[in-house]
Design a protein around this ligand. Sequence first.
Ligand code: HEM
Length: 402
Amino acid sequence: MIETNKTERYANIIPMAELNTKAKRLNPFPIYDQLRQSTPVRYDENRSCWDIFRYEDVHRILKDPATFSSRRGMDIKRRETILTMDPPRHNQMRGVVNKAFTPKVINDLAPHITSITNELLNTVEGHGEMDIVSDLAVPLPVIVIAELLGVPPEDRQLFKDWSDILVKGPDENTEEAFNQVVAEKEQASEELSAYFARIVDQRRTEPKDDLISQLLSAEIEGQKLNDEEVIAFSVLLLAAGNETTTNLITNTIRRLTEDQALQQQLKGNPDLIPGFIEEVLRFYPPIQAIGRVATRDVEIGGMMIKTGDQVISWVASANRDETKFKNPESFVVDRKPNPHLAFGFGIHFCLGAPLARLEGKIALRTILERLNEIQYLTGSELSYIQSPFVYGVKQYPITFQP
Ligand code: HEM
């Protein structure tokens, strides 16, 4: 039997060997297609985990938390959060934050998110050129989540640096690079926790109208959450919400520049925007894969997965599975239905999905309203985010006519 400790460490940090060139990291989708055909369920000795590539299998895993647990242990010393809990504790803890993230509550933020977006664009509009990542896609989600949590938005560079490290993979495939990345993650995680510990302390004595104060007053079966739990929740919201939404916004504008005819079509017809965002989520999912651990011996696609094995479900591959999506390689702006798995599925379905969708829609709408002839700055070089599961680019310079 496979030793769980080892599997936890490798599967979550080392990228798949097949994605061994820059071109493949920037466009991994043909590799997923090949693997989905050749080895839809396979064990990877190098990373000590199973990789699952078909929609049907990924869906089955995500909807069966009893067999595929989220308690996948931790490759680094992190506090436990809903992301790594199973029922019944998961339902109780998730219930505490659900109310803060309903589509109704989130949609009320639309005017405010629109004005933040406009302010960010004001600073670059006259230049005819901007970097989508640093000028819009990074600051927008950080400012929004910082305000929701009730932490100073001025600290956003700190959050950005910490969340970058938390999703990072090693620069090279060596034990040394691996250990270094683990050490960096531990340090970032400790610093983030210490940061939130101070805020939690302040809110205990002086509650405000923010999410941290709400978490501090919430009760589960008559019991309040302790400081550790509130800190862990805050760190999760900050880390889970930022990098992902940044990449959704960047991937959206990337798509817009890749298809000029579509850009014109959208400009004349903003009703297409929500469908466009869903299709970006299917086509370029910011999170490519989701990890679980088998709680019993179980067969998937004719292969026997053993208790304790680490199972990686490739949603980016599932989203292009030809048995589920007609013409999966085509970007269809009004694809219906579009049951992509970019936000996961089942009890762990992304809590922040309404917020991410709203930010994506507002960013796209505002850009289309204010900028014309948006194009990728030719000659600039793309570099990918060094992470096993996060999909995105570090910069995306564009040119436009105001
Ligand atoms: C869970 C993706 C934005 C908070 C998840 C999961 C995925 C995901 C795939 C499921 C993980 C699993 O099953 O193990 C994304 C993507 C986003 C995004 C692609 C942006 C486009 C956000 C935002 C927030 C957030 C903005 C918060 C402000 C969470 C939380 C969970 C989660 C708390 C854990 C839910 C649970 O375990 O019950 N997200 N996310 N996410 N996401 Fe997101």
